[in-house]
Design a protein around this ligand. Sequence first.
Ligand code: MEZ
Length: 534
Amino acid sequence: MYSEKYQESLAAVSAARTKNIAMEPERMTAKQKEDLLAAYHPDYKASEFSVLKIGPNKGDKVPHELAEMLQAHSRISASDIDLSSPDYETDVLVIGAGGAGTSAAIEAHEAGADVIIVTKLRMGDANTMMAEGGIQAADKPNDSPAIHFVDAFGGGHFAAKRDLLAKLVCDAPEAISWLSDLGVEFDKEADGTMVTTHGGGTSRKRMHAAKDYSGAEIMRTLRDEVLNRKIPVIDFTSAIELILDDSGKAAGAVLMNMETKELLVAKAKTVIIATGGAGRMHYQGFPTSNHYGATADGLVLGYRAGAKLLYAETLQYHPTGAAHPEQIFGALVTEKVRSLGAKLVNRNGEVFMHPLETRDVTAASIIRECSDRDNGIETGNGTAVWLDTPMIEEIGGEGTIEKRIPAMMRMFEKYGIDIRKEPILVYPTLHYQNGGLDINVNGMTTNVENLFVAGEAVGGIHGKNRLMGNSLLDIIVFGRNAGINAAKAAKTTEIGSLTLKHVDAFEKEIMDAGIETDAVSPKLLPDYTRKVNA
Ligand code: MEZ
């Protein structure tokens, strides 16, 4: 139920619905997309970026908030830590317990390695849990990994590392079977075949889903598998620095108990960073669809240890974050809503774009509609456009929303909005870190031996924009891949003496570059304390 101020616009949306359902909005040309992105996408706003003064990516630009963390002081100095008697020793240390970390741990364990998972919150407190719309895999007769590759490569502005993207799409069908065999309940037709839908930028229906809580269903299954295998999970404990050995190989991490702040040392033959994304950095002041712990920690850990970043200047603003009511501001409204037929409509009830353009283009169109075109709806918390959800019931028949996107329905129902009958207000929300640590196809960073990365902390798999459903896919494909290869490397690794010299060396770089900062990193948790004016 919307207040009086929305009624005129709601009436226009409702009056135009039948015509809007029938209309087929034109696709933009490549040139139109380029111009739109340059003018309206947050990644193109030069004033929001800083040039890094130190570290492996010196000279590159990243968002101000990330630059501050990458060039911040460590939480420790090397002399604080006694590395001579580690608290934990293992073959493979996995940092992070979302979908990528747990998949990596399962495969490393399967390969016979001793594995420890360390996580700053609890297992499954991760963006995986919050992923809604689905996971892509070309496993239907009209599709192929090659077509999947072409869609994702184009959607990512032809910038993806080809070997990483090829692995993603080629391993996708097997990833679905693996998850299915572990117990993930994907949506199926009566004959047992998987239900698949389109996403933005896909030329085939290859989105597999568990209704609109696909990530939660996948995480439930992976968590059970970790527990069944009795893989040790050290929770409420963050990694705050990587440990190297005297030949520069990753060899463990300094850990911090989140409650007591006690420092611990974990020694490992190989390390996997699977710390997830960065939405809680709130780049450019955007709200986020991300989990509370998404603070770019893995990028900081890797960077200070010498690992390179790739495309850290590119972020994904999911076009449809909830813009109203305030209690769910920024929460994800899954792209599946558009896959099922809902169109984006402005204040006057006009469809202003094709609903399944890629996410960067869709987000930029919404921003243009709400800014220069002045066709947005004032919410009291900014402006927004309508996502006309009742179209779904008109197209798919009564009951479609409850069957296919029940979590969406419940989320809005709590606030008195029945999405079967009323449209919802949306605006872009910070959703995904396209960039991250640069890896080879075996999952190891390009310049720190035995340091593996999986999941959202990786850069380069998707290029400069990711398609829907390729993230749940990459955490599985590259999580498993990292686990297998980290276990293999651990078999032949001899660890030299442990060192934190790189931490002190980085501190010296900060001083030498004249960087004046009080910031410490990794951030670990966002700071939402209210700043009181003096
Ligand atoms: O891949 C994603 O980010 C995804 C499936 C999100 C969504 O819209 O549901």
